[in-house]
Design a protein around this ligand. Structure first.
Ligand code: ASP
Length: 336
């Protein structure tokens, strides 16, 4: 009974560079994207069978820039279904790194189980010298099989580090240490199959998330506006005309909403427009977040705190799917 005490880990593969074939042994770009099936991927890592009872499925095979809302709800439903069974002790998801932090945060809100969910990928395609994919995958499986990962929420395991889905940011577009958690730091490490956590996320996630198990048919439209010196209000007006229910500003500094956009928003508020979108102030600065300043007597102006613009957009869409009450939306941004 060789497998008696081994954890049952399910690999759910979605594509990305980890599933991509290098053009040559020395070329890390211009590879054949998302072409390696999950069967071929795990066939290269027989060592996994020494540590866990491994099974795998291909939920989709695409670059992460092509992932849709529908894909995300499908993935989240599948993860919840797998975790509800005694046949699954933890899940590893392979994923493109470009939007990995978004999928991770989405799952952190919607997974309905304390069992480990670990996302990993690669910065270098398969079969290039010094590719990072297989070791990242091995480490992610160690992480998913560790009792210490229980109740940690969704985590990203890349480059020997373990990061909370909430805090992880893709910080380099080419280095293998692409993921960092600039404000609060990483949760732990995986070294030579040893999983060590030093910190535990305290904000709401997975089993304490009010969105756990959520399946929304159509999510409200939210647009992100990047603040630039001298920007006019054209994109703000276009977003309103497109029916957006919320705007996230990638603001300057402590979430400053620049000139013409701030003015246009204030005018619409003063004109008492009911359909005025909620404005969540985030920042284009990579760490530090924003404080609860600049509310200008308008309850619809809400700080993202330390969520970056793309994570703030995800949380705002979930919040707006549930409520239009700005006080409730503000409460949600304080708790996640
Ligand atoms: N460059 C990406 C990656 O690292 C491609 C993607 O996000 O799918 O996986």
């Amino acid at each position: 009974m060789e497998n008696q005490n081994k954890k049952k880990i399910r690999l759910v593969a979605t594509g990305g560079t980890i599933a991509s074939q290098a053009r040559s042994r020395v070329s890390t770009e211009g590879y054949q994207a998302s072409v390696i099936s999950v069967e071929d991927l795990i066939a290269e890592l027989p060592e996994l069978n020494d540590i866990v009872e491994m099974s795998a499925e291909q939920i989709f095979l695409k670059p992460s820039s092509a992932i849709t809302d529908e894909d995300l709800f499908h993935l989240s439903a599948r993860v919840n279904e797998l975790l509800a069974s005694d046949e699954c002790d933890g899940i590893v998801i392979t994923h493109g790194t470009d939007t990995m932090e978004e999928t991770a945060f989405f799952l952190n809100l919607t997974v309905n189980s304390p069992k480990p969910v670990v996302i990993t990928g690669a910065m270098r395609p398969a079969h290039v010298i010094s590719t990072d994919g297989l070791l990242n995958l091995y480490n992610a499986v160690c992480c998913a099989a560790s009792d210490a990962s229980y109740g940690m929420g969704v985590v990203i395991s890349m480059n020997d580090l373990i990061l909370s889905a909430r805090d992880a940011v893709k910080f380099s577009s080419f280095k293998t240490d692409a993921f960092q958690a600039p404000l609060y730091g990483v949760l732990g490490t995986v070294r030579n199959a040893n999983v060590t956590y030093c910190y535990k996320p305290l904000m709401r996630h997975t089993t304490t998330s009010e969105f756990a198990g959520a399946q929304y048919g159509k999510m409200p439209r939210v647009d992100v506006l990047y603040m630039l010196q001298g920007i006019d209000d054209m994109l703000f007006k276009a977003a309103c005309a497109a029916g957006c229910k919320g705007i996230v500003s990638a603001g300057s500094g402590n979430g400053g909403v620049i000139g013409a956009i701030g003015k246009a928003y204030k005018e619409e508020f003063e004109a008492g427009k009911d359909e005025l979108p909620v404005l969540v102030r985030s920042t284009r600065v990579c760490t530090g977040g924003v404080s609860d300043a600049y509310r200008m007597g308008n309850p619809k102006i809400i700080p993202s705190h330390d969520l970056n613009p793309h994570k703030a957009a995800i949380l705002l869409r979930f919040a707006l799917a549930k409520t239009n009450d700005p006080a409730e939306i503000k409460r949600i941004f304080e708790q996640y």
